[in-house]
Design a protein around this ligand. Sequence first.
Ligand code: FES
Length: 585
Amino acid sequence: MAKTAKSKDQNAKGAGAKAVSQSGFLRGLQNYGDPDFSVYMRRAFARSMGYSLDELKRPVVGIANTYSGFNPCHRHFPDLVEAVKRGVTAAGGLPLEFPTISVHESTLAPNSMKFRNLMAMDTEEMIRAQPMDAVVLLGACDKTVPAQLMGAASAGKPAIQLIGGPQMTGRYREHRVGACTDCRKFWTEFRAGRMQAADIEEIEGKLVTTAGSCAVMGTASTMAAIAEALGMTLPGTAAIPAVHADRTRAAEASGAAAVRMIQMTLTPDRIMTQKSVENAARVLLALGGSTNGVIHLAAIAGRLRLKLDLERFNTLSDTTPVLAAVKPVGNEFYMEDFYAAGGIGAVLRELKPLLNLDCMTVTGETLGERLAAEEGAWVDRRVIRSAREPFEPEGGLVALFGSLAPNGAIIKRSAATKSLFERTGRAIVFSSLDDMGARIDDPDLDVTADDFLILQNAGPRSAAAMPEAGFLPIPKKLLAQGVKDMVRMSDARMSGTAYGTIVLHIAPEAAVGGPLALVRTGDRIRLSVKDRRLDLLVEEADLNARRAQWEKQTAALPERGYDKLFRQTVLQAPEGCDFDFLRAG
Ligand code: FES
């Protein structure tokens, strides 16, 4: 008996079981009905990795590594992880890298959006279940940063976002090129018959030439900016190119910051608040950022009982100038130019009178304190304008409401053709992506440049799971006539790198019987960006008759697995397309 008692005492002292069981590597012990045995088992396996007992007493910083052979945008992550580890170790922590699923735009079927919530669930549960005191979230490609912020918000441990950073541009003959605004520009030329197959094949090899996320202000760069505006990254780090040495230094500094966040108990709910969500919306608008940013920001907010209300979004848009001209806004600058011009800090300083400066950031300083420290920093005004001389006096995105979109739709006016903003057009309807693919280039398609192209059944609950198909192709016969833009509408999303007079995220979507499902070819639709309106000009009696006839175009509900979960629980675009059971209650 005496021997057993002594042994227990030694174990308890060695592990400090009762004193430290709520932190570090002894956090979240399994329950075998014998707490000391739990410590003993946890440490036995930890020691098998070669850690000393002293190391195991340090605060643990998890590093959510989303490196994947299927994710070209993240191919530099092994180097960044090593830099994060240096920072954590130097600050007195124990860095432990762990994998989560990785979501890339072009390598997932049917589309990456379908897997953002799965990645958010993976991230949340691994942060919660594993013994870490804080986490560094390493993401870059479009869906990865929102998924990580959603997961971290729900997990509730101190978290810092480390952005992977954008690609550098490449060269095609005399052109500077970058994914993927230029991808679309050249492809449109090819479809119009102004480029040959050999040319497009050559361009294909020049568009993406370094590691990192797309080189323009697409969704990835927009989400990086949102993360910094929320206060979830270190100041000035969102736009650093992936292969720049500053990016590696930011990784090291993020590791060290994570250790300090443990000491400050700086959890995501102290940083991401209703006020910081509005700051992030301001930055999104000032950048003319990706329309996807609206969905992702709503989803992040929803994890913390916060809201990105589209009516409020319009109010913010009315008073937020467009300050940056990074493709697809403008036709000249890329993310590497934006970083060199001053980055997100330069935008935030110009927006200062409009921002909530008392918001906390991952450094433990408020946004106001951060911006005061940066006062007077140099800015390249060709890329980032002052608030006195903006590119546009109002925000780059606006929500539309009306009989075609009772719960809202989004248009990116900063990347659209202004002459198309106030008009009534004839609807040319495609009932699905397959239908559009089959008919869009039919020489007999009855369509003119004044018509509105309408795509149905491409929203979140459709079988297509809301792909980035909102950039509806202009019919070849119109391209051949020199048409470069026309009004296009759908319940789909659009890549942040795309451009055109395109109305997206129409809600409720067609697949759940929203008014979009009732539109027929030949109907008249009125678009007014000025009035924020989108109206289907069909008599109510006719709509009621059509509603009675409406049948779901979507395939039957999948019988099992993630497909079934997705289709049963995904919310509409204004709620961020999160799963209903993942939002904060
Ligand atoms: Fe990864 Fe564009 S494909 S950011």
